[in-house]
Design a protein around this ligand. Structure first.
Ligand code: NAD
Length: 322
């Protein structure tokens, strides 16, 4: 088992990162937790309210591309592990500005690898099901599936994963990769599908649906995903890939209809718009290895988890009265 004694979380002010921080602080073995986050447009210090009252918690605003800073933090906090989540994460933005994604996601991971290599600190790389490209129904990708990313975002994540694996082969670095499916839950940036649809619906504004809306994603509650990341870090075999999914396939159209129903809004608010370039029609992961080797599985049922998440997000996204 890798030690949770002192953990550096990159991207901890983001959606999944801030949930991971909460879950790590629930563990008594964690004596020190430092978040390194550049607070890009996607990072929000407010996501860490509550966690930041814990005396074990430290926040450092800075960039993962800053090699000296990363090394200094690993030394200063005597880190026993890095959980690397910092990334540019929005596919649409990657289509508009692919170079930024290459620098942050591949360049940033290269820096994290160098710093952890020098100080022999184990690394968890947080990756995505999108690296495999579309998976035809009814197949599920297993961990040996060929990488075939379609978007600049997924290509940059695939590139980062390959660097992580090469670091193990070349230098014997202790690394492990978790590939997660689509997360839902509180604190997600309003540009992403679910909060965006809630935001629009609450204002009786059109809900833009890419193409037919029949694209299929596997949805996992962010709490389950965070626990899966911890299990992968603690128990995952070096240089192995683990799939964190909930076996909960839904079309985007289905997700949007569920939101509208819960908010008592008419389906006529849905407006089909031109499809996203290179839009993958389905992602699906086989999660058996995570169950067998990590003793982890997603536990939150979609129906209740999603309903609670929509309720919680509606409160923060509601139009103000004044
Ligand atoms: P997010 O966009 O909400 O958060 C990313 C965080 O990283 C932000 O706080 C941002 O400020 C920070 N960041 C970005 N570039 C940085 C840099 N150069 N230096 C330091 N900090 C930087 O993303 P998220 O949805 O929480 O995703 C977290 C990780 O999980 C990413 O690696 C993403 O690829 C992966 N992932 C996300 C999902 C999902 O459904 N959200 C699914 C699979 C994998």
């Amino acid at each position: 088992m890798r030690s949770l004694n002192s953990i550096l979380v990159t991207g901890g002010a983001g959606f999944i990162g801030s949930t991971l921080v909460r879950k790590l602080l629930e563990r008594p073995e964690v004596e020190s937790l430092v978040v390194l986050d550049a607070l890009t447009y996607a990072g929000n210090r407010g996501n860490l309210v509550g966690s930041d009252r814990d005396p074990r918690f430290h926040f450092v605003e800075g960039n993962i591309l800053d090699r000296e800073l990363v090394t200094r933090l690993l030394q200063e906090f005597k880190c026993t592990g890095v959980m690397h989540l910092a990334a540019e994460s929005h596919v649409d933005r990657s289509i508009a500005r692919p170079a930024e994604f290459t620098i942050a996601n591949i360049g940033g991971t290269a820096v994290i690898l160098e710093a952890t290599r020098d100080l022999k600190v184990p690394l968890l790389q947080c990756s995505t099901d999108e690296v495999y490209g579309p998976i035809p129904f009814p197949k599920q990708a297993d961990e040996s599936q060929k990488l075939k990313p379609s978007s600049p975002y997924s290509a940059s994540k695939a590139g980062a994963d390959l660097l992580v694996q090469a670091a193990h082969i070349t230098y014997g670095q202790d690394v492990v990769i978790a590939r997660c499916t689509n997360n839902y839950g509180p604190r997600q940036h309003p540009e992403k599908l679910i909060p965006r649809m809630i935001y629009q619906a609450l204002r009786d504004a059109p809900l833009p649906v890419y193409g037919s809306g029949r694209q299929i994603r596997d949805w996992i509650h962010v709490d389950d995903c965070a626990l899966g990341l911890i299990a992968t870090f603690e128990k995952g075999f070096p240089n192995r890939v683990y799939h964190l999914g909930a076996k909960c396939e839904r079309t985007n159209l289905g997700i949007i209809r569920t939101i509208l129903k819960q908010l008592h809004k008419p389906e006529s608010l849905m407006t089909h718009v031109e499809d996203r370039l290179g839009h993958d029609d389905r992602y699906a992961l086989n999660v058996r290895l995570a169950l067998v080797e990590l003793e982890w599985r997603a536990r939150i049922p979609f129906r209740s988890g999603f309903e609670a998440a929509v309720r919680e997000m509606s409160q923060t996204l509601r139009p103000s009265e004044d």
